[in-house]
Design a protein around this ligand. Structure first.
Ligand code: GLN
Length: 194
């Protein structure tokens, strides 16, 4: 079987790290900024960055509705941090009116933006991750947490009692950034599921 073509949404955020991580995990990775590029990929990664800025750019680039449609159609997706926020069906603390993070509705969950950030901006923690051996060194940067999950959503990891990694079918999301640590197991989990 040929390597899956996995796009990385490249409007804003840490795109490059995900491209490298995906290649190392066995995918053919490419950037997605246009509708035609979105149409051409088998799956999509939404990187960390700023979910309100990414939402604004999704509208500007006329990608918001096409992306929602592909996700509704079952295109697998993985979101880290800002990407987790966008994959949610509901966002708490979405931002000021006119400059809000817009939910893509791929995972039945409520995600609170900057949830850990109220206590501390960034931190690192070794978390147990369902399906992976040993712990994952998780880097949290103004990270969200998950406040509610629907019946079909599996919680794969928690931090401070809050879900920080979830999966619903072929949709995966982490509140932390595995793309920055050199540990490719989370990306491999995603790529191997395609
Ligand atoms: N706080 C950011 C947001 O709301 C996410 C931070 C990140 O992706 N590192 O989108």
């Amino acid at each position: 079987m040929s390597a899956p073509q996995v796009g990385v949404l490249a409007l804003q955020g840490d795109t490059r790290e995900h491209l490298a991580a995906l290649e190392e995990a066995g995918a053919q990775a490419r950037t997605v900024r246009r509708r035609a590029e979105l149409d051409a990929v088998d799956a999509l990664v939404i990187p960390g960055g700023e979910s309100t800025a990414m939402s604004h750019l999704l509208r500007e680039f006329e990608l918001l509705e096409p992306l929602r449609a592909r996700l509704a159609d079952g295109m697998p997706a993985y979101g880290s941090c800002a990407g987790m926020i966008l994959l949610a069906s509901d966002i708490a603390d979405a931002g000021v009116p006119g400059r809000q993070a817009l939910p893509l509705g791929a995972i039945d969950m409520t995600v609170r933006r900057n949830a850990f950030g109220r206590q501390v901006d960034s931190f690192e923690e070794d978390v147990d991750f369902d399906g992976l051996d040993g712990t994952v060194h998780a880097v949290f940067i103004r990270a969200p947490w998950v406040e509610r999950v629907g019946a079909g959503v599996e919680v794969l990891a928690t931090a401070g009692g809050h879900p920080v990694a979830v999966r619903q079918g072929k949709m995966l999301a982490t509140a932390f950034h595995p793309e920055v640590t050199g540990d490719r197991r989370v990306h491999k989990l995603f790529v191997d599921s395609l």
